[in-house]
Design a protein around this ligand. Structure first.
Ligand SMILES: Nc1ncnc2c1ncn2[C@@H]1O[C@H](COP(=O)(O)OP(=O)(O)OP(=O)(O)O)[C@@H](O)[C@H]1O
Length: 228
């Protein structure tokens, strides 16, 4: 199979001897977005950080293939006190990419070409998240990690971000994303990974997960029962 692939092997992460994630074994392949879901504190953000190599695993490893460049988006975008275009230019420069043409192209992708010269920090929350997306997309990543990117956004801004993500996935960029919003997972996900108490409980195609979840935890989670 060609395209981006990630594999976790015996992956675990502990803080002060306390395991936040343990014994994770899974493969994420190319195709429609993979969504990591689960109750508060299940370890979703930690897993995403391990996969993006922002954190070193305590046990096991993350293997990848077919991934030249990867990028990550967070719930709250961290933008520089500069113009929108300068924010993207800065990211390109850090990555050693000297193609200024990528700036208008990325802004076009997120529907904000008219805001190129506006101070990034003065934009609305939704616009700022789209600028962060443009900055990530300008790097032309093979895989894009997103940690609850719409959790602070209103429904209209959420829809705008989702539309961009759907187009991005269609272009072959692998999306790996966490969310608290099961409706969002239903709208966008190709597959679901359910975490509970630091363990992977279930990995399944989204249609299968939502129509006939295999595990008791997934059934309870979808019913809206609180998983401790
Ligand atoms: N550096 C750290 N030190 C101590 N505890 C941590 C650290 N990072 C995360 N935790 C704890 O580990 C657990 C998993 O955190 P994580 O943020 O990965 O979960 P999550 O599933 O993303 O949660 P949420 O849905 O609430 O965002 C939580 O109980 C959190 O408080």
């Amino acid at each position: 199979m060609s395209g981006p692939m990630l594999r976790a092997e015996g992956l675990g992460y502990s803080v002060g001897g306390l395991p936040l994630l343990q014994g994770l074994d899974f493969t994420i392949g190319p195709g429609a977005p993979s969504f990591i879901i689960g109750p508060n504190g299940a370890g979703k953000s930690t897993l995403l950080r391990l996969l993006h190599r922002l954190l070193p695993p305590s046990t096991g490893q993350v293997l990848s293939a077919g991934i030249g460049r990867q990028a990550m988006l967070f719930q709250k975008p961290v933008l520089l006190r500069r113009s929108v275009a300068q924010n993207i230019a800065h990211a390109l420069s850090l990555a050693g990419i000297q193609e200024p043409g990528r700036i208008p192209a990325a802004l076009e992708e997120v529907g904000l070409p008219h805001l190129a010269h506006r101070p990034a920090r003065l934009l609305s929350g939704g616009e700022q998240q789209r600028v962060a997306l443009a900055r990530a997309l300008a790097l032309r990543p093979d895989i894009l990690f997103l940690d609850e990117p719409t959790a602070s956004l209103d429904p209209a801004a959420t829809r705008a971000v989702e539309a961009i993500l759907a187009r991005t996935a269609q272009r072959g960029v692998k999306i790996v994303m966490t969310t608290h919003d099961l409706h969002q997972a239903r709208r966008l996900a190709g597959e679901i990974l359910l975490l509970h108490q630091g363990r992977l409980v279930e990995q399944a195609a989204a249609g299968t997960f939502f129509s006939s979840p295999a595990s008791a935890e997934a059934q309870a989670f979808l019913r809206g029962d609180i998983l401790e």
